[in-house]
Structure formats: structure tokens, C-alpha cells
Design a protein around this ligand. Structure first.
Ligand code: ADP
Ligand code: MG
Length: 416
């Protein structure tokens, strides 16, 4: 039977928050760690940079295990200036019929109570009315019967700068030690970006007991090469039914420029799939330059502009700075020292560096103190890291060594 071809945007969905089963790539190590965590009966914390696949991972695993999952979005809590308000939302979403006007009438009280923590909230609710967190646990327990139930607190990063909300979160976790709250048998899964937890501990000094009850999952980070390969195969071959010539070089390019971050792989593949659509559903590596341009323009435009401004400055040393930028893109580790960069510059640009002093420390420190620094000093003293991981991808997709001389050129994106 004739079947309609799928469209690129049905296959590559960089911003979808619901899992597309036919595109989910297994990540066995992360999955089995999460499964063990769920069996441990502890509250869980999982973290990883934005777009690394945390949300898809827990949704997929919880669904496979048939565990009831309820999601409170801390970005919403941040907008509402109260985690309790998001708990109330969660309950209301589940019982749309029961419109209490609760978050309207109680909002002032909620806000007033936040600073002193949710323990003090309880007195603010009229007789017979549960405070929002307990109402939420009770709601979840009612819907879940005797089955395991998890309350996810996603996007912890959106409250990291808000002391009041961090305190409110600490109180929520502490409350779960309280017999009444614990009796609902709902466990938390807290989802955030790297660094969140440490800041969170600093913000809440009395948290050691809480820390004992939280099990930290290994970081969700880039995919392995095989997982990235699977994703590309799954999308282009199985789902879209494209022809790909020289698939190995296509895969190696995509995994290089995207740093194998799932969201970025989807973004890149979406652009490449659009290009392939008007090329007879055929892809080869001559299309990669164009895909780079579209991806840079659609997804990394702000980073592109910053890097471009550093290249355009009228400066006699600009050649060396461009070589330094190019070399930064080649770094694979999170942190690097100036000597690591110098080694790469010398290796990549043999002729123009031979027997010369390069002043890499000055160039790096220059790149780290601009208005929009692309690198910053890492907590460990003499090392640097990228101020945003997108810069690494942008440098990789954007900069090319020119054929002769030791010059670095940028891929122009203005004409598309
Ligand atoms: N295991 C996976 N397999 C395939 N694609 C994935 C996978 N995990 C994430 N993605 C892709 O990356 C995007 C971002 O993932 P998401 O889980 O929302 O990241 P995070 O929650 O860490 O920001 C998803 O919309 C999806 O396109
Ligand atoms: Mg997420």
C-alpha cells in the first residue's frame, strides 16, 4: 500500500516536550541508573545541561515502568513566585471541574508565607482545606491507587536565583519526612542543570537531613557516538526514507558540530532534512555547508554574532585571535588551560606559529572579559570553560581553515 512520506518536522522535533516513541533513542546507562533510583525508594535528583534529554529520559522510563507521573514545572513556580501555586495548578489541572479560584484568593497569603517557608503555610488555610503541597500529594495518591507515584519537579534552574523559592523547595523536601506527608508515598524526582544542587545547598543551611534522602543520578550529557548514529539513522533512513550517500561522513560531521547534544542533533537534522527534501530526498556531504548555515542562522545566531564581532575588529593581532577561536572549537573537555590551546594553535597553524611567541594567555583573557565573553574562568583557578556550551558548537560549525596560509574564515550566513 502506498504510504505518505513523513515530513521532516514530524521526525526531528528539537523542542517537543512529549516523547516521540518512534524517535526515542535508548540510553541504557542513564535508563538503568534511573530505574535503580526509582527502586531505591529515595527522592531523586537528575541533572544535565539544557537539551541533554532529561525530560525525555524520565518520561520514557517512567512510562515503560508504568509509574504514575505528575509534573510540576518550576518555571511556572518562578513565574507565579510560589512553588505552592504550581502545586495548586497541578491539582486544578487534574480537577478542572472543581474551580475554586484558589490561586487568586490565596495568592497574597501564599506570597507572604513563602519567605518563611511552607511549614508556616498550613495555618493560612481554612478548616478542612489542605495546604497546596499536601493537597497535591493527596490528589496524586487518589489518582494512583496503590501504585507507585512520582512527583517531578522539572526545570529546577528556573528558581536557582530565587532565595525564597529555594527555601520553599527545601521545606517541601523536609516536609516529606513528616509522617503525615510521607504517608502519601509520593517520591520526588527533581530535574535541573549542573551546578543547581550545590547552589541549592548553599542557600539552605539546614539541609543535611534532606540531602541524605536524595539520590543523585549521574549527569545526563551528550549522547554516545552510537546513540547519535542511531538517532540520525532512525530519522533519515527509517522514518523519512531518505537516501544518504557517504553516511559515515554525514554522521561524523553532525556529531562533531552538535557535540552530540540531543536537542542540537534534532535541530541540525531538521535543517538538513529540509534541504534534502528539495534534493530528491537525497543527502550527501556536499549539502552539509548549507545545513551548517541554516542551523547557525536558526539556532545559534546570537552566538554567531558575538564570535563574528571578535573576528571583525581592526586589530593587527586578529589573525592570531581567529586561530585561537578556531582552536577553542577543537577542545573536547569542559575545562582547558591556555597551554592546551597553545598546543592546538601550534599544531593546526604550523607555519605561522613557528618560532614565535603567541601570547595565548592575553588573547584568552581578552575573550573572557568582553561584554559578551565566550569563555570564562572556571572555579579552578588557571583554567577556562565556555560561558555557554553553544559557543563550542558555533565555533565548530562556523569557522573553517582556508586552503592556503594559516587563515581562518567564517561561513557567511547573511545571504540565506
Ligand atoms: N533519547 C532521545 N532520543 C532521541 N531524541 C531525544 C532524546 N532525548 C532528547 N531528545 C531530543 O532532544 C530534545 C530535548 O530533550 P529534553 O528531554 O527536552 O531535554 P532537557 O529536558 O534536558 O532540556 C527533545 O525534544 C528531543 O527532540
Ligand atoms: Mg526538560
Amino acid at each position: 500500500m502506498w504510504q505518505k512520506n513523513k515530513k521532516p518536522e514530524e521526525v526531528f522535533t528539537p523542542r517537543a516536550s512529549d516523547v516521540n516513541e518512534s524517535m526515542y533513542v535508548n540510553r541504557p546507562d542513564l535508563e538503568s541508573n534511573l530505574i535503580r533510583g526509582l527502586r531505591s525508594g529515595m527522592h531523586l535528583l537528575t541533572y544535565g545541561e539544557s537539551g541533554s534529554g532529561k525530560t525525555w529520559l524520565y518520561k520514557k522510563v517512567l512510562k515503560n515502568l508504568n509509574i504514575n507521573v505528575y509534573i510540576a514545572n518550576l518555571a511556572n513556580a518562578s513565574r507565579l513566585k510560589s512553588i505552592n501555586a504550581e502545586f495548586a495548578n497541578l491539582v486544578n489541572r487534574g480537577q478542572q471541574a472543581k474551580k475554586t479560584g484558589y490561586s487568586e484568593t490565596k495568592k497574597a497569603d501564599l506570597n507572604a508565607g513563602v519567605a518563611s517557608g511552607s511549614l508556616q503555610h498550613q495555618g493560612q488555610y481554612s478548616f478542612g482545606e489542605m495546604e497546596p503541597f499536601e493537597a497535591c500529594l493527596s490528589h496524586i495518591r487518589n489518582l494512583s491507587g496503590n501504585e507507585q507515584a512520582i512527583l517531578v519537579l522539572d526545570n529546577l534552574e528556573s528558581i536557582r536565583a530565587d532565595q525564597n523559592l529555594l527555601t520553599e523547595l527545601a521545606n517541601v523536601i523536609t516536609l516529606l519526612d513528616d509522617e503525615r506527608y510521607a504517608s502519601y508515598k509520593v517520591n520526588l524526582l527533581i530535574v535541573g542543570v549542573p551546578g543547581d544542587l550545590r547552589e541549592y545547598y548553599r542557600a539552605t543551611p539546614n539541609l543535611t537531613t534532606v540531602a541524605n534522602r536524595i539520590r543523585e543520578m549521574p549527569e545526563v550529557s551528550r549522547m554516545t557516538l552510537d546513540q547519535c548514529k542511531n538517532l540520525i539513522y532512525q530519522g533519515f533512513i527509517t522514518e523519512l526514507k531518505y537516501n544518504i550517500h557517504d553516511i559515515d561522513s554525514v554522521i561524523s560531521h553532525i556529531s562533531w558540530v552538535t557535540d552530540r547534544l540531543p536537542q542540537r542533533i534534532h535541530e541540525y537534522c531538521l535543517e538538513l532534512a529540509f534541504i534534502g527534501e528539495s534534493n530528491n530526498r537525497t543527502i550527501d556531504n556536499t549539502l552539509l555547508d548549507e545545513a551548517d548555515k541554516f542551523w547557525l542562522k536558526q539556532s545559534l545566531a546570537a552566538n554567531y554574532t558575538v564570535i563574528e564581532s571578535m573576528m571583525n575588529e581592526r586589530d593587527t593581532k586578529v589573525g592570531r585571535r581567529n586561530q585561537t577561536l578556531y582552536s577553542l572549537g577543537l577542545i573536547e573537555s569542559e575545562e582547558f588551560k591556555w597551554s592546551d590551546i597553545e598546543e592546538i594553535v601550534r599544531k593546526e597553524f604550523l607555519e605561522s606559529t613557528n618560532n614565535l611567541t603567541l601570547n595565548i594567555p592575553q588573547i584568552l583573557s581578552g575573550l573572557s572579559v568582553k561584554d559578551n565573553p565566550i569563555i570564562k574562568r572556571s572555579p579552578k583557578k588557571d583554567a577556562y570553560c565556555f560561558s555557554d556550551p553553544k559557543y563550542r558548537m558555533c565555533l565548530r560549525a562556523m569557522l573553517r581553515k582556508s586552503n592556503n596560509l594559516d587563515l581562518v574564515e567564517k561561513l557567511p550566513i547573511s545571504e540565506i
